[in-house]
Design a protein around this ligand. Structure first.
Ligand SMILES: *[C@@H]1O[C@H](CO)[C@@H](O)[C@H](O)[C@H]1NC(C)=O
Ligand SMILES: *[C@@H]1O[C@H](CO)[C@@H](O)[C@H](O)[C@H]1NC(C)=O
Length: 199
């Protein structure tokens, strides 16, 4: 077999494999700028949204608009008192859920499906803090109770809404590099493996 033929066969095998992987395990396949915004009932797709003041880490691909963030954060003028930075960051992140371009993974049946671990970490970091007038450590037995009071559904499933501390770090977050691949087809499989194939 000459080199060309070998290449062709390798390519065909690769395509067959890829198709098997995709049909067997793929949940969803969307390019970075085409993710459906389930909070907005799928009438929107995530897109570049400059000037997000509070949920700024979603600017490169966002389901919310600048004005929506402003009104959510303004109506909760002072939701938090006596909060540590770790607490504040978590509450801030939680409040920005409707901006996430990945909400189609965990905003289902009209509810945020939040990871139990995220709720637990809020309960730990925010024990002393007051949120909407209640001291979190006193008012809620555990993180699950706190999240349920926000009308979230608490779960341990693989695709739940979880905290990403990277967005508050001074160093550029990892997802910046992913954003460079926009236009590429991003395939997320259940096994949490990611196949990036440029089409
Ligand atoms: C939202 O952003 C504004 C402007 O940067 C800031 O003053 C305010 O403290 C932020 N709110 C929260 C809850 O982080
Ligand atoms: C939280 O507390 C409830 C009882 O109020 C309990 O049923 C549940 O198992 C607790 N969850 C965790 C994660 O500790």
């Amino acid at each position: 077999m000459d080199t060309d033929a070998a290449c062709v066969w390798t390519f065909i095998l690769y395509m067959v494999c890829l198709e098997k992987v995709i049909s067997a395990e793929t949940v969803i396949e969307y390019s970075e700028d085409n993710k459906p915004c389930t909070y907005f009932e799928g009438t929107r797709r995530a897109k570049y949204e400059p000037g997000l003041v509070n949920c700024s880490w979603y600017s490169s691909s966002s389901c919310c608009k600048r004005t929506e963030v402003t009104s959510v954060f303004a109506s909760n003028m002072m939701p938090l008192y006596r909060a540590s930075v770790d607490c504040r960051n978590r509450i801030n992140y939680m409040m920005c859920y409707f901006c996430s371009p990945d909400q189609f993974h965990w905003y289902k049946e009209g509810k945020v499906h939040v990871c139990e671990s995220f709720c637990a970490s809020i309960h730990i970091e925010c024990r002393e803090a007051f949120y909407n007038g209640k001291q979190i450590g006193d008012a809620y037995r555990n993180g699950t109770a706190f999240c349920e009071a926000q009308n979230f559904l608490v779960t341990n499933s693989k695709s739940c809404f979880k905290f990403d501390a990277n967005v508050f770090d001074a160093s550029p977050p990892v997802h910046i590099s992913l954003q460079m691949l926009s236009g590429a087809l991003v395939t997320v499989t259940l096994a949490r493996t990611m196949i990036l194939s440029v089409v």
